[in-house]
Write a protein that binds this ligand. Structure first.
Ligand code: F6R
Ligand code: ZN
Length: 195
């Protein structure tokens, strides 16, 4: 853990920051139930429990005065016609937002609120995305070959609610149609029983 002194770091081409405290690796097996093509999911899992994405974090105290930050790298690939993507979550403290800055690659952020609003925004290098309070968010890598590299910043006390998305999914999916990303309704979306 860093002390309270200012610090700097760089994010090179690879996306792996020159210093960090924690490296999280998320594999295909962590995404059970999230891809709509379960046959494709199971076939891929049988071959290899692939790494879908990685997160490099700076550990800071989880209090509202802090800004948690780091880099997520979503690798290219697909499960059926759906791209590799993050699990996605609401913040446990719903009234907290997040800023994303895209350094490399192509992708989409799929978002929705408990009230039923949804939004899908594009990521391209140099682009900034603001995720307001209340919006669940999932990053999707739509490039067939390149990593999607995202820098993120959010309030220290936000916390994560993964369960709601695990239960209900996102209202929208991003799928590959003839080499191009397309946003479609999630046929299996259902309201989670309790939040
Ligand atoms: C933090 C945040 C990002 C994600 C990261 C991985 O609030 O939104 O740092 O944690 O992109 O995605 P998840 O956490 O959904 O597995
Ligand atoms: Zn978040």
């Amino acid at each position: 853990m860093h002390n309270a002194h200012p610090y700097t770091f760089d994010i090179p081409e690879t996306g792996i920051p020159t210093s960090y405290d924690n490296h999280i690796v998320r594999r295909l097996s962590a995404m059970k139930g999230q891809y709509r093509d379960t046959d494709a999911f199971n076939a891929l899992l049988e071959q290899d429990d692939r790494i879908l994405y990685e997160v490099y974090e700076f550990r800071r105290p989880e209090v509202s005065s802090e800004l948690l930050h780091g880099v997520s790298i979503i690798h290219p690939g697909r499960v059926g016609d759906e791209y590799f993507m993050t699990k996605g979550h609401f913040h446990a403290v719903l009234e907290t937002g997040e800023v994303y800055y895209c350094l490399r690659g192509r992708g989409m952020m799929v978002m929705e609120t408990p009230e039923g609003d949804w939004s899908v925004k594009e990521f391209r290098p140099g682009g900034v995305l603001y995720v307001p309070p209340r919006w669940a968010h999932r990053s999707v890598n739509t490039s067939p070959t390149e990593d999607l590299v995202l820098f993120f910043v959010y309030p220290g006390h936000a916390g994560h609610d993964y369960r709601t998305i695990e239960q209900q999914g996102f209202r929208k999916l991003v799928v590959d149609r003839d080499g191009k990303p397309e946003v479609i309704d999630n046929p299996r979306w259902k309201q989670a029983e309790s939040r």
